[in-house]
Design a protein around this ligand. Structure first.
Ligand code: 5GP
Length: 197
């Protein structure tokens, strides 16, 4: 498609373009639980399923939480420009498959990307209109407690995640909205207000 086609006058039958929402915040802050609750209340919202080289945790299935790939498979996605953004995080690759997101947005849907800081910065360049939301823990101590209680990561992985958390929290002002997840219901209500309107 060339530029002239893209910029053709809109007919009333054309679906309006959807929105992209970037949700970032340190590992363990509760983003996943908040997003699940948000999707359950608002089924038209769409959560992008990322690709990762991380091993599945118990209960996670391919195509649902993530597309679990090996490194060469992930590198092929990068080389063939099939990722909207990607980043290395705590020793693994994570990335957003481009095609599904672009198709949902073309259909007028609101698509949520739950991604870390490097990816959020990349999306700011490619989708400047995206709404960028940062979820904060009440404190770093509380974040560490949640990561340990979750029991999904060994101690070195928890340390790496806490190091990342400090860098991510330092970048909170780069986001349009900041939400502190101290009280789950209140955080969810704030998310609804900014994402649904
Ligand atoms: P986890 O291993 O806990 O599932 O995710 C680790 C981090 O990777 C989280 O901060 C999560 O938001 C981020 N993440 C998940 N998917 C993507 C992705 O597609 N791109 C980027 N840049 N980060 C992602």
């Amino acid at each position: 498609m060339n530029c002239t086609e893209t910029l053709a006058p809109q007919s009333p039958t054309l679906t309006p373009l959807g929105r992209l929402v970037v949700l970032t915040g340190p590992s363990g802050v509760g983003k996943g639980t908040l997003v699940k609750a948000l999707l359950a209340k608002h089924p038209p919202l769409h959560l992008s399923v990322s690709a990762t080289t991380r091993a599945p945790r118990p209960g996670e299935t391919h195509g649902k939480e993530y597309y679990f790939l090996d490194r060469p498979e992930f590198e092929t996605l990068i080389a063939t420009d099939q990722l909207l953004e990607w980043a290395e995080y705590a020793g693994n690759f994570y990335g957003t498959p481009r095609q599904a997101v672009e198709a949902e947005i073309a259909q007028g849907k609101t698509v949520i990307l739950e991604i870390e800081l490097v990816g959020a910065r990349a999306i700011r360049e490619t989708f400047p209109a995206a709404l960028r939301v940062f979820i904060l823990p009440p404190s770093l101590d509380e974040l560490e407690r949640r990561l340990r209680d979750r029991g999904t990561d060994a101690d070195p992985a928890i340390r790496r995640r806490l190091d990342h958390a400090q860098a991510e929290i330092a970048a909170r002002d780069e986001f349009d909205v900041q939400i502190i997840n101290d009280d789950f219901d209140r955080a969810l209500e704030q998310m609804e207000r900014v994402i649904i309107g």
